[in-house]
Ligand binder design. Sequence first.
Ligand SMILES: Cc1cc2nc3c(=O)[nH]c(=O)nc-3n(C[C@H](O)[C@H](O)[C@H](O)COP(=O)(O)OP(=O)(O)OC[C@H]3O[C@@H](n4cnc5c(N)ncnc54)[C@H](O)[C@@H]3O)c2cc1C
Length: 434
Amino acid sequence: MKLENDKNCSWINDLNPRTNIKVLNTNEDCDWLIIGAGFTGLSAARKLNQLNPSQKIILVDAQLAGEGASSRNSGYLVDTTLNDGFTSNKELENYKKKADIYKLGIESVKRFIKEHQVDCDWNECGKYFASSKTEDRRILENFSETLLKLGFEHNILTNNDLKSKLGTNFYNIALHTKGGILLHPGKLVRAMIDTLPENVNLYENSFLIDWKKTNDIINCNFKNGTIKTKKIIFATNGFLKSLGIKKHYNFPITLTASMTRPLNDREFKSLGQPKEWGVLPVRPMGATIRMTKDRRILIRNTAEVYNPYKMSKSELEKRSIQQKKGIKKRFPQLPDDIIQSTWSGIVSRTRNSSQIFEKLDNNIFVAGCYNGSGIGVGTLFGEQIAIRASDEHTKEIEIIEARNKPTWLPPQPFLDFGVKARLIYERIRARSEI
Ligand SMILES: Cc1cc2nc3c(=O)[nH]c(=O)nc-3n(C[C@H](O)[C@H](O)[C@H](O)COP(=O)(O)OP(=O)(O)OC[C@H]3O[C@@H](n4cnc5c(N)ncnc54)[C@H](O)[C@@H]3O)c2cc1C
């Protein structure tokens, strides 16, 4: 089995290629092994080293560190979300629990950035939940009540305001939340790699094939080597299920995104020269669309059940056409060939959109499943699962443990059938917003 990502992600290609990549081709022993080097695994490694500086820590990834979903996302560090089913008043208590976790996630990322003086195009400009459908005002007004009760600053905007802020008259109604940050995910995750403590041994392009616990030792087999470890943390997010972890509680979903080249002066003027902004859809399958600091437009408007290990060039091309249409609908004046790159990435979902944070067995831990909030929550959960695995306790762990736990999923083929049917239904509901 091999994980083969496309090489197209603009966030990754903005950065200098890394050197000194070590592949595992020996047999190793360690105190701690972390599988998966995205926001979760990198944060876990950093924290483990602080707590256990004299112990041997190994971090392994099947591809280059950070080049999974952690680089391939839309770059919203969220304080609130709309599309996770918790917007009715009845669910206020649950919504608050989620928002408390998002807040801790933002604080974790902020602490990291401050400590290491990271430049990741951090912009505290908030975000819009926007729709072209005026009837979606009702959804936004309900959401506004929830936000009001929880003290989140926000306001509702209509067509003309939106046109001047976003440079398109596609949207008719939106709710802007003041909290929430836009950033360059590639730069953030690269900073986490560059600042890994020396005591963390990072192996890349090294795929974990299988693992087994015998007595108190966990034996892990990779293509060209093995690792025996006393404790293990699984941080493989969309690939938890394929490693047999919590397999009745999570499943992978493939997303694709496209980014344009930077708009030239004339094109940018035709949009009214808006400041950087980010829009999330009001309806779950609508498009996420963002104007970056350097005038590029990012769009993500697909989510599907697909082989998580690889998407072919021709399949990516098909999604790119969808994304071209999405851009054209909003910015008809821009040329047809403006998309520079299209890439795919894998997220992990649970039935009730809750996250996984657990001790699976003695010395075996897992954190993952953040849907569209893994920048902050992944960073937080990585740190906190390392603390929990080191037998320590924090107020953050208490808040995480108080969340609703993921609920059981039906077995295959019912699961795939159910998920596909739901995605088709949501896509039809959101067809004008794609
Ligand atoms: C298109 C897209 C848009 C998104 N938008 C946002 C957004 O705006 N805001 C937000 O907060 N989140 C967003 N997300 C989600 C976010 O990117 C993820 O939640 C987050 O990156 C999860 O981090 P992670 O470290 O847990 O997992 P990942 O970054 O997926 O890292 C897991 C790692 O495990 C490795 N791995 C898997 N299997 C094995 C194996 N067998 N052996 C060794 N290594 C293995 C993988 O190679 C990978 O590097 C988006 C995701 C996508 C794809």
